[in-house]
Design a protein around this ligand. Structure first.
Ligand code: AMP
Length: 425
């Protein structure tokens, strides 16, 4: 028996309707904010992620699916390739490769699978799906403006509200420019020196390799030590402070609530200034539905021109999970409006009628003329159809059909031309 690989899963009906609902709402919302879709390959050169996400991050250090891709001719060199663990690096690569700065400000979104070798658990998979967006362009296009940060955050609040997810919490921080981060990292390293031996093994390693990551630690015994560490807020210089103030001011003005969290640093190295996460109470341990922030130096780190940007990635798996907890999810699933039961020899006539009704955008389930009537009723009930329509020789000749409401048991005789309207009502 061959099974799906651990950490991957099949998405089956009726859940797929929920996924399509989410993606439909996303596309609608993106359109009103004038974002356009981009699709990048699901595998890229390994170096893109090493440089773009950061060698010291958990993602690059431990979680990537990487292989040496042999070329066909022995004379050609092989290449190290990686299944994308996130999509921002790929979008910025495409920005550079296609000189998208010629278009001014780019507002792009994507929906697609990402791959990380994490320990699978509820809400955490090795193939998972992200819905993300990136606002990127030369500084002259306004890409650095706090108005963009606030617009992205307000869009996310709107999106979650439109999906009916109300119990979200926006956690906000500024992680400073890369220069401020260098100073803060130094301060952290110094402050960690005398205490790191009392911390968990991960923190001991991070204290030298990437002190910022220590702030992410969830080990309870480490928390009092972390609470006493320096705060990024004290290392922001005037520009960054002003930028952050402006973002908060706009959010307050448009009525998007947020909580400040000076320990929020996010798992990727490229973030600068605004960093954020939306969490959701009903999700349990894996409660982050989405995360994002500004990445003003990423394009340059990948060999491109200066191109400030801000973006986010929503975990679509978790978004769907939080919808599943709601009873409103049922309304997304469209059951058949009508089940057509064909009497003996009437498959052709039944198919003709089905074709007519489907042209009226009705959802039609079609049986088989070999079924006895009892079996047709059972099949119609199992499919959740609202009506059953009987197509026999008499009905076709008289042009009048028996239509039975499966919930109430009421049966009426309906002329052919009135069927679409009657079934819809
Ligand atoms: P990140 O790219 O790590 O900032 O993650 C952004 C969002 O993607 C998170 O808030 C999660 O909702 C989702 N996510 C990240 N990793 C996983 C995973 N292994 N399984 C499911 N969702 C994930």
């Amino acid at each position: 028996m061959i099974k799906a690989i651990r950490g991957t899963r099949d998405l089956l009906p009726p859940d797929t309707a929920l996924w399509n609902f989410v993606e439909g709402v996303v596309r609608d919302v993106m359109r009103t904010y004038n974002f356009q879709e981009i699709r990048t390959p699901i595998f890229e050169a390994t170096e893109l992620f090493a440089r773009g996400v950061g060698e010291e991050t958990d993602i690059v250090a431990k979680e990537m699916y990487t292989w040496e891709d042999r070329s066909r001719a022995a004379s050609e060199k092989g290449q190290s390739l990686t299944l994308r663990p996130e999509n921002t690096a790929g979008v910025v690569r495409a920005y550079i490769e296609h000189k998208l700065w010629d278009r001014g400000l780019n507002k792009l979104y994507y929906i697609g699978p990402q791959f990380r070798r994490e320990r699978p658990q509820k809400g955490r998979y090795r193939q998972f799906y992200q819905i993300g967006a990136e606002v990127i362009g030369p500084a002259s296009s306004g890409s650095e403006s706090p108005a963009r940060d606030a617009e992205v955050l307000e869009m996310l609040a709107t999106l979650l509200d439109r999906l009916g997810i109300t119990e979200w919490n926006l956690e906000l921080n500024s992680v400073g420019s890369s220069q401020e981060r260098v100073k803060f990292n130094e301060a952290l390293r110094k402050a960690l020196e005398p205490v790191k031996d009392k911390m968990c093994a991960d923190c001991q390693r991070r204290a030298t390799t990437n002190p910022l990551r220590v702030l992410d630690c969830k080990v309870p015994e480490d928390q009092p030590i972390i609470e006493a560490l320096p705060r990024i807020t004290d290392y922001l210089e005037e520009d960054s402070r002003k930028h952050f103030e402006a973002v908060k001011e706009i959010l307050t003005k448009v009525g998007v609530p947020f909580t400040l969290n000076s320990r929020l640093v996010r798992g990727l190295d490229y973030y600068t200034r605004t960093a954020f996460e939306f969490t959701h109470g009903a999700l349990g341990a894996q409660n982050a539905i989405l995360g994002g922030g500004r990445y003003d130096g990423l394009s340059e780190a990948l060999g491109g021109p200066a191109a400030p940007g801000i973006g986010f990635a929503i975990g679509e798996d978790r978004l769907v999970m939080s919808l599943q907890e709601k009873s409103s999810a049922d309304s997304v699933l469209r059951k058949p409006d009508v089940y057509i039961a064909a009497m003996a020899g009437m498959n052709g006539e039944a198919a003709r009628l089905a074709r007519e009704l489907r042209r009226h955008d009705l959802v039609v389930e079609l049986g088989d003329d070999g079924f006895r009537l009892k079996k047709s009723f059972e099949a119609a009930t199992k499919a959740g159809a609202k009506y059953i329509l009987i197509v026999g020789e008499n009905e076709v000749n008289s042009g009048s059909f028996a239509l039975k409401n499966l919930a109430t048991g009421e049966q009426i005789s309906v002329p052919r031309t009135d069927l679409p309207q009657k079934i819809r009502s």
